[in-house]
Design a protein around this ligand. Sequence first.
Ligand SMILES: NC(=O)c1ccc[n+]([C@@H]2O[C@H](COP(=O)([O-])OP(=O)(O)OC[C@H]3O[C@@H](n4cnc5c(N)ncnc54)[C@H](O)[C@@H]3O)[C@@H](O)[C@H]2O)c1
Length: 251
Amino acid sequence: MTDRLKDRVAIVTGGAQSIGAAIADRLAAAGATVVVGDVQETDAHSWHHLDVTSEDSITAIIDDVVSTHGRLDIVVNNAGIMFEKNIIDQDRASWDLMLAVNMTGPMLMSRHAAPHLAAHGVGAIVNISSIEGHCGNPQHVAYSSTKAGVQGMTRATAIDLGPMGIRCNAIAPGWIDTPLNATYVDSHPDRELVIDELAKLHPVGRVGDTSDVGDVAVWLASDESRFVTGQIITVDGGRTLRPTLPPVMGR
Ligand SMILES: NC(=O)c1ccc[n+]([C@@H]2O[C@H](COP(=O)([O-])OP(=O)(O)OC[C@H]3O[C@@H](n4cnc5c(N)ncnc54)[C@H](O)[C@@H]3O)[C@@H](O)[C@H]2O)c1
């Protein structure tokens, strides 16, 4: 427990599990009052129903947090969904849903939170993008588009809100072992083997843990990063540094 975020009030979207839960835990351990906004209920921290596809739901959580806690200093736009579709099969309805959760939700959260984030001169927005915002995977046209979009939104938001004393940064996580990507691993009969092979793609020798993202979120939310804004911080154990070579080359 530290007091880096003492007296600060934070909303973490999608904080009921996985990366969002780790971010909420780490913010709380740094002294912040944390409200988790999620469609899924949780006992951890203070939970408030939030569906980021609904603007009414977004204004409701922000209004409730400010009336209960008197301020709002930190917004972590973490809620996200992922599905796989080749662009040939990419129907309009699922594309719209991906954009609604992964991009429009963060935009509306930031927009409605901004007046409150500006109130004490320490406001910080942390958007959760992905390394798929800088590169792509097969059948990820919608996901990759939203994560690249979040990066553009982060830079433009930083410029718009900087004069109000609000910083906006993004984290681009690499492979973090969570239910979001478990379908890849679980579709193989030998889960341990897949995790071992995945680990070899990472210069640090392992896949990511949710706490790896949580700790960076705390830094971006705190005054320790006070001159950092509009940045995309890649948290991927070095995976995207190294262009892959055919396994037959043995390196
Ligand atoms: N897991 C990874 O390897 C990885 C890598 C890069 C980026 N990310 C990003 O990190 C974020 C969290 O991913 P995760 O792996 O923890 O996912 P997850 O599926 O384990 O958790 C997502 C959370 O978001 C909530 N959620 C979904 N739709 C919502 C909505 N409409 N409104 C409010 N809450 C909603 C879910 O209930 C859940 O609690 C996502 O934005 C994801 O794209 C994950």
